[in-house]
Design a protein around this ligand. Structure first.
Ligand SMILES: Cc1cc2nc3c(=O)[nH]c(=O)nc-3n(C[C@H](O)[C@H](O)[C@H](O)COP(=O)(O)O)c2cc1C
Length: 187
């Protein structure tokens, strides 16, 4: 099997990270891969905001928790009041993927870019996970104000984030169980 296909098969969502930071060189390669993703009409209206500062990540998590605490959903409220909840699993790097919501394919463009991020990271030995909580909370006023401070364009919604880093050495490699009947081929 070629390396691209092997890489696709080997990628898994990782939910525990060491403190080891992603190098500037690798982060640049990963972000470049994101920008090579396909986009509807080739508009490329997305924006990638990478955060590698632990204090900023903690502050962002606190804003997200604040938004959850206001929710009517008990599950989200519980997260909002939890001392330990960390939506990005303490990964050292988080990439926020945002886009103008004016085109209906904005979310699809971001999903393509996120998959490029995950696969580029995996090819460099870097683990990753899609983090969705900013998608749910980016319209909360406190979260929005903080995103603006971070440089997320004000006319953008967040469609997903990528946690990036290194799993602990003893983390087990999860087996992927694929459902039956997902593919139909007509010839
Ligand atoms: C649209 C989308 C949203 C997701 N949101 C989250 C999330 O917020 N937190 C999380 O831990 N995993 C999230 N995931 C990861 C999925 O749970 C994961 O891809 C799935 O369980 C399959 O496992 P694998 O990625 O290891 O193959 C998300 C995945 C997708 C595609």
């Amino acid at each position: 099997m070629n390396q691209v296909l092997e890489n696709i098969r080997a990628r898994r969502s990782v939910r525990a990270y060491t403190d080891r930071q992603v190098s500037a060189e690798d982060l640049n390669l990963i972000l470049e891969a994101a920008t090579y993703a396909p986009s509807g009409m080739n508009y490329q209206t997305w924006h990638f905001t990478a955060i590698q500062n632990p204090e900023v990540l903690i502050a962002l998590n606190e804003r997200i928790k604040g938004a959850f605490a206001k929710s009517d959903e008990p599950r989200l409220q519980e997260r909002g009041h939890s001392q330990t909840y960390c939506c990005y699993y303490h990964a050292p790097t988080l990439v926020i993927v945002s886009n103008e919501p004016t085109q209906w394919w904005a979310s699809m463009d971001c999903a393509c870019a996120l998959e490029n991020i995950f696969l580029a990271a995996k090819s460099l030995g870097i683990d990753s996970c899609w983090i969705n909580q900013l998608g749910q909370t980016c319209d909360d006023p406190e979260v929005r104000a903080f995103l603006t401070e971070l440089g997320v364009p004000e006319n953008h919604r967040v469609y997903g984030c990528a946690a990036l880093g290194y799993a602990p050495a003893d983390a087990p490699m999860k087996e992927k169980k694929l459902k039956e009947g997902m593919v139909t081929i007509l010839r």
